[in-house]
Design a protein around this ligand. Structure first.
Ligand SMILES: Nc1ncnc2c1ncn2[C@@H]1O[C@H](COP(=O)(O)OP(=O)(O)OP(=O)(O)O)[C@@H](O)[C@H]1O
Length: 590
C-alpha cells in the first residue's frame, strides 16, 4: 500500500497551507490520541525503534529558527524506512518534545531536564503515530473571527484516523512551533510522505440521493462527509440524483478515468443502482454481452457507501456499523474490500447486479410497502410487515441450486480468498451438479453478503461472508404463522434462527427459482388493489410477474429467475468485519 516517498516538491505545497481556514482544535484533543498511540505502541512494540536521543544542539526550539537550523534538519528521504528524515523540537500537549520523522511514523519524546544526580529519567516516554494512520497535515494559525487568510503561525496539525471497535473517527495531533522555516520543512516532508499512499483516492464521483429514508442524505454528506474529504484534499464531483435511474444513466455515459472511486450517499436501493451501473459500464467497456450466460469483468473503480437509508444493509455489512464518518474514513484511508456480487437474469436477459434477494414473504412485504408510499417510511414498513404476516401464505415453486463444494483448504475454501478471486466461474460450476427441490415455501432468501442490519446484528445470512465466492440459500418451508414469527424473531437474538425443521440452508453458487402458481402475485390483494386505485399511485405489478425484493428494491420478474454469484466482482471501500478483532458482531449460531 505504501510507496516510497517522492522527492520533495516545490514550495507550492506550503503556500497551499493558505487553504486551511479554521482555527485548529484545542490541544486537549490530542490527549485521546495519546491513549490510542499508547495502545498502538504496545501492539507495535517489537517493530518500534527507540528515538530517545538527545535533542539536536542547533535549534528546533519553539523560538524562530534560522536557515542554518533548516539545513541541519533537511535530509534526503531515506531509503531505510527507519532512518530519520527530519528531526526537531515541537510542543506537544504543552510539553517540549524531541520529534523524529521517518518514512513510516512520527515519534516524539518529552524533553526533561537532567536530574541533579545524573540518573536517567525513567518517565521519558516515547510516543508515535504511524503515517498510515495520518490522512492530512495542515498549518495551524490563530485567526480572529471572520479573518479568512493570514494569521499567526502556531505550528502544524496532523489529522489521524482512530479506530474504536468498528467505528473510525478523526483525531488531531498538534505540533506547535512558531518558526515558519521549521514548520515549512516538516510540512513539505509530511505532505510528500502522505502523497505516497497510492490506494488513497484523490478524486471521487459522488452520488447523493436526496430522497433516501427521511431525506437526510444531502445533510449527511454536506455536514459529516464533505468536510473530511476537503481536509484530505480529495476532489469531488457531486451529482444530486433527481429520480430513480439517474445515477445509472450518469454512470453509463460519464468518463470514469478521471476518478479514483465512486461514492454513493443513500440507502441500499441507491447503492445497488450504483453497483449495477458500475458493473454494467464495465461489461460495456469490455464488450461483454450481458444478456447471455457470461463471466462478468470487474468494476473499474472501487465504491464507497455512505449510509443514509433506512436499513443500510450493504454499508453495515462492509463497515460493521452504520456510521457515515466511519464510511468516509474508510474511503479517505483507501481501505478496500473485494465483495461477491450476484447477477439476476430472467428469460436469458440480465435484469441487474446486486447482493441479496428475497422471494415470498420478503417480496410481498416490500410490494405492499411500495403500494403505500404515501405513508411515512417506518410506518409503511411496519404496516406492510403486519399485513403480510396477516395474509401469510406459501409460494408454490421449484428451487434448483448449484451447491458449492468446499473442500477444506481447497480452492473454494473461504479462507483462501485469493484463490476465490482467481478461480474462473465456469471452473467452479463444472464441478457441481444442479439439485432441485419443489413445494411450498414461505420465503426464499439468496444472499452473497452477510446482510447485517439493526434488526439482525449477526446478519440475515450469517453463514456467508463478503468475499468467499458463495451465496447463502435459505429456504423457509411451509409452517404455521406462530412458528414463522418465532423464526423471524430469532434474527434479533442469539438463538439459531435456522434450527427449525421447516428451514433449510445451503451454500451455493447459483440458484434458479421457478414459481408454479399461474396467477402471479396479484391474486390475494384485491382489497389492496381497490385501495391503491383510489390513491391513484402507479400500479407496481401486473398479471404474471412475481415480486422479488432485490437489495430493498422491488423487482418484478416475469417467471423464472436465475441468480449467480460472481466472486469478488466489486471492490468497496471498507474492511472485512469478521477480521476486526474487537468487532461486536459475532456469529454464534452456525
Ligand atoms: N431524487 C430522487 N427521487 C426519488 N427517488 C430517487 C431519487 N434519487 C434516487 N432515487 C431512487 O430511490 C430509490 C430508493 O433509494 P434508497 O435506497 O437510497 O432509499 P431508501 O429506500 O429510503 O433506503 P433503504 O433502501 O435503506 O431502505 C433508489 O432506487 C433510487 O434510485
Amino acid at each position: 500500500m505504501f510507496e516510497s516517498p517522492r522527492k520533495r516538491s516545490s514550495r507550492s505545497a506550503w503556500s497551499g497551507s493558505r487553504e486551511e481556514p479554521r482555527e485548529m482544535q484545542p490541544v486537549s484533543a490530542a490527549r485521546g490520541n495519546r491513549k490510542a498511540c499508547k495502545k498502538k505502541q504496545i501492539q507495535h512494540e517489537g517493530a518500534r525503534r527507540c528515538a530517545s536521543l538527545p535533542p539536536p544542539s542547533d535549534g528546533g526550539s519553539s523560538a524562530p529558527a534560522g536557515a542554518g537550523q533548516r539545513r541541519t534538519e533537511e535530509r534526503a528521504v531515506a531509503a531505510n524506512p527507519e532512518e530519520t528524515i527530519v528531526r526537531g523540537i515541537f510542543q506537544i500537549e504543552k510539553k517540549s518534545c524531541d520529534v523524529v520523522l521517518t518514512a513510516h511514523r512520527v515519534t516524539w519524546t518529552p524533553i526533561e531536564p537532567e536530574t541533579p544526580t545524573g540518573e536517567s529519567d525513567t518517565r521519558r516516554r516515547e510516543e508515535h503515530v504511524e503515517l498510515r494512520d495520518v490522512f492530512a497535515v495542515k498549518v495551524k494559525r490563530r485567526r480572529s473571527v471572520g479573518q479568512q487568510t493570514g494569521g499567526t503561525l502556531l505550528g502544524l496539525t496532523l489529522f489521524c484516523c482512530a479506530r474504536k471497535g468498528s467505528k473510525l473517527k478523526e483525531q488531531t495531533i498538534h505540533l506547535n512551533n512558531l518558526s515558519a522555516d521549521h514548520c515549512e520543512v516538516w510540512f513539505q516532508h509530511l505532505k510528500d510522505l502522505l502523497s505516497g499512499f497510492a490506494d488513497r483516492p484523490k478524486s471521487l464521483k459522488v452520488f447523493v440521493n436526496p430522497a433516501s429514508h427521511r431525506k437526510e442524505a444531502y445533510h449527511v454528506y454536506r455536514d459529516e462527509v464533505a468536510p473530511l474529504f476537503k481536509l484530505a484534499d480529495i476532489k469531488t464531483d457531486v451529482t444530486i440524483t433527481e429520480r430513480k435511474g439517474h445515477a445509472l444513466a450518469v454512470l453509463k455515459e460519464c468518463t470514469l478515468d478521471e476518478y479514483d472511486g465512486v461514492v454513493c450517499v443513500g440507502g441500499d436501493g441507491s447503492v445497488a443502482e450504483v453497483v449495477h451501473g458500475l458493473l454494467l459500464r464495465a461489461q460495456m467497456d469490455a464488450g461483454r454481452d450481458a444478456d447471455s450466460i457470461f463471466t462478468p469483468v470487474r468494476a473499474a473503480l472501487p465504491l464507497g457507501v455512505i449510509p443514509a437509508g433506512s436499513a443500510d444493509i450493504i454499508a453495515y455489512s462492509v463497515h460493521g456499523i452504520r456510521h457515515p464518518v466511519t464510511a468516509a474514513m474508510h474511503i479517505i484511508m483507501g481501505h478496500r474490500q473485494a465483495v461477491d456480487t450476484c447477477s439476476f437474469s430472467s428469460l436469458g436477459r440480465l435484469l441487474r447486479f446486486g447482493f441479496c434477494a428475497m422471494y415470498g414473504f420478503g417480496g410481498r412485504t416490500l410490494a405492499l410497502a411500495e403500494r403505500h408510499r404515501w405513508m411515512p417510511p417506518s410506518q409503511r414498513r411496519e404496516f406492510a410487515l403486519i399485513r403480510a404476516l396477516a395474509n401469510l401464505k406459501p409460494e408454490d415453486c421449484e428451487v434448483s441450486f448449484l451447491p458449492l463444494n468446499v473442500a477444506p483448504g481447497g480452492p473454494q475454501d473461504p479462507r483462501r480468498s485469493e484463490s476465490v478471486r482467481n478461480l474462473g466461474e465456469q471452473d467452479t460450476e463444472a464441478d457441481s451438479t444442479w439439485q432441485t427441490t419443489q413445494g411450498l415455501f414461505l420465503n426464499i432468501s439468496v444472499m452473497a453478503i452477510p446482510c447485517l442490519c439493526s434488526m439482525a446484528p449477526r446478519g440475515l445470512a450469517p453463514n456467508t461472508s463478503l468475499d468467499n465466492g458463495s451465496m447463502a440459500l435459505i429456504a423457509v418451508g411451509n409452517a404455521s404463522r406462530s412458528e414463522f414469527v418465532k423464526h423471524l424473531k430469532r434474527y434479533s437474538n442469539l438463538n439459531n434462527q435456522f434450527s427449525f425443521s421447516f428451514v433449510e440452508t445451503y451454500t451455493v453458487q447459483a440458484v434458479r427459482l421457478r414459481p408454479r402458481s399461474q396467477a402471479g402475485w396479484v391474486d390475494d390483494n384485491s382489497e389492496d388493489n381497490v385501495e391503491f386505485e383510489t390513491k391513484k399511485t402507479p400500479f407496481i405489478s401486473s398479471e404474471g410477474t412475481y415480486p422479488w425484493n432485490v437489495d430493498g428494491e422491488l423487482l418484478e420478474v416475469p417467471g423464472e429467475l436465475l441468480i449467480r454469484v460472481h466472486p469478488q466482482l466489486i471492490t468497496l471501500f471498507g474492511v472485512n468485519v469478521e477480521e476486526l478483532e474487537d468487532c461486536p458482531v459475532k456469529c454464534s449460531c452456525i
